[in-house]
Design a protein around this ligand. Structure first.
Ligand code: CDP
Length: 202
């Protein structure tokens, strides 16, 4: 039986940590859909044309080194405005969502476009400052020589591009449960998410 959990939200909202915790708790598979766009974005930085890169994407591309850098994040959000790029990635995401045993997908348009019938929809957010600080600590811990200012600028620029695009803009689905993690640790947010899912499980 399939059971889909859609987790959307702006840049660096903690969707990854939260999604992994929810997936691990329920024994569901997890897909970080941002990685699809990052993998396409990374290819464009190597000179590949975006639509071509999206159509030729393979599972191996998702394991490429360096997909978590800010340059790749920016490239991802630039290719993510292209309708043909998004269309090329739809079938893979929907097939993943339908897999037996349950699936958690995190991204920007999972509850609105990819899986409008998801059993549970969460919209995870936090202030831009809090999100930028979390991402700064994460990147610094990996040895990335970023500054707080750069990270905040990246988060704000991507939020604006993601919210203003015509195709599948970032916004909460009407039936999404909002989780604002500005004043909450990601661990507490994960517990809250697990409780929401628990209440909806058959
Ligand atoms: O981890 P973070 O929240 O910083 O970003 P991500 O989830 O890896 O997504 C990178 C970029 O891909 C986003 O800024 C979006 O432009 C795009 N994206 C999207 O358009 N739709 C999705 N379902 C997932 C990501």
């Amino acid at each position: 039986m399939s059971f889909t959990i859609a987790i959307d939200g702006p840049a660096a909202a903690g969707k990854g940590t939260l999604s992994k915790a929810v997936a691990a708790h329920f024994g569901f598979a997890h897909l970080d859909t941002g990685l699809l766009y990052r993998a396409v974005g990374a290819k464009t930085l190597l000179g590949v044309e975006p639509i071509e890169a999206a159509l030729a994407l393979t599972a191996e591309d998702l394991n490429a080194q360096g997909l978590r850098t800010q340059d790749v994040a920016q490239a991802a959000s630039r290719v993510a405005v292209i309708a043909e790029v998004r269309a090329a990635l739809v079938d893979f995401q929907r097939a993943f969502a339908q897999r037996a045993g349950g699936a958690v997908l995190d991204g920007r348009d999972i509850g609105t476009v990819i899986c409008p019938d998801a059993a549970v929809k969460l919209f995870v957010t936090a202030s831009a400052q809090v999100r930028a600080e979390r991402r700064f600590l994460e990147l610094s811990a990996k040895g990335d020589p970023c500054t707080r200012e750069d990270v905040l600028a990246d988060v704000k620029a991507r939020d604006a591009r993601d919210m203003e695009r015509v195709e599948a803009p970032l916004k909460p689905a009407d039936d999404a449960v909002l989780i604002d993690t500005s004043q909450m640790s990601i661990e507490d947010a994960a517990l809250r998410a697990i409780a929401v899912v628990e209440a909806r499980k058959p």
